[in-house]
Design a protein around this ligand. Structure first.
Ligand SMILES: C[S@@+](CC[C@H](N)C(=O)[O-])C[C@H]1O[C@@H](n2cnc3c(N)ncnc32)[C@H](O)[C@@H]1O
Length: 183
């Protein structure tokens, strides 16, 4: 078992005993497969928690790729940095501590993959703030699009109906992922 596998397993075990809203192995498998297919160079993640999904995506990326992940709780961001260090994967993962609503406009680079998994009522805000940094063909995966569909209705309406994206919902158990591609 690789270091990354070991860290992911530890976090999954921890999530069984404490409240830890990670994407988890089932939706995580679909997320990782989307990353593998897209071969992105720059990934933006909104909502790091303790680094589970960042490590999951990082494992599928080339050495040259980079992930920027944003977390507004300092303790979680610190734990994520430690887990990422222990996972020992080659792509560089930068954890930024702060509110994504403030951090995203300050980012100076473009992205070709986005994973949104923070405050469910703010998905639309995160996307609108990041939109001018997203290349054509960028894949955007939004977690909890089944259970929290009502809270993220503005986001779902936008990616499905604005004409700026093609979008599909993937059901996984009693929740799901909205996977959108920028046109
Ligand atoms: C569902 S958890 C993320 C789980 C993580 N993506 C995973 O699968 O391992 C959501 C995280 O988003 C963070 N968060 C919520 N609102 C935020 C915001 N406005 N900016 C940055 N992080 C935020 C929370 O503190 C929490 O750690």
């Amino acid at each position: 078992m690789s270091n990354a596998d070991q860290v992911l397993k530890e976090i999954e075990e921890k999530a069984e005993t404490e409240f830890l809203p990670i994407v988890g192995p089932e939706r995580g498998k679909i997320l990782a497969e989307e990353v593998r297919k897209a071969e992105p160079k720059r990934v933006l993640e909104v909502g790091t928690l303790i680094g589970y999904s960042a490590i999951l995506m990082g494992r599928k990326l080339s050495k040259k790729a980079r992930i920027i992940t944003i977390e507004n709780h300092a303790d979680e961001a610190k734990a994520a940095e430690e887990n990422i260090r222990r996972a020992n994967i080659s792509p560089k993962i930068q954890v930024i501590t702060g509110d994504a609503v403030q951090v995203i406009p300050e980012l100076r680079e473009n992205f070709d993959f986005v994973f949104i998994d923070a405050d469910k009522t703010q998905y639309f805000t995160y996307l609108r703030l990041a939109e001018d940094k997203l290349k054509k063909g960028t894949v955007i995966v939004a977690d909890n699009a089944g259970m929290f569909a009502r809270q993220m209705q503005d986001y779902l309406d936008y990616v499905r109906n604005s004409g700026k994206y093609t979008s599909r919902y993937v059901q996984v158990g009693d929740d799901g992922l909205e996977i959108s591609i920028k046109l």
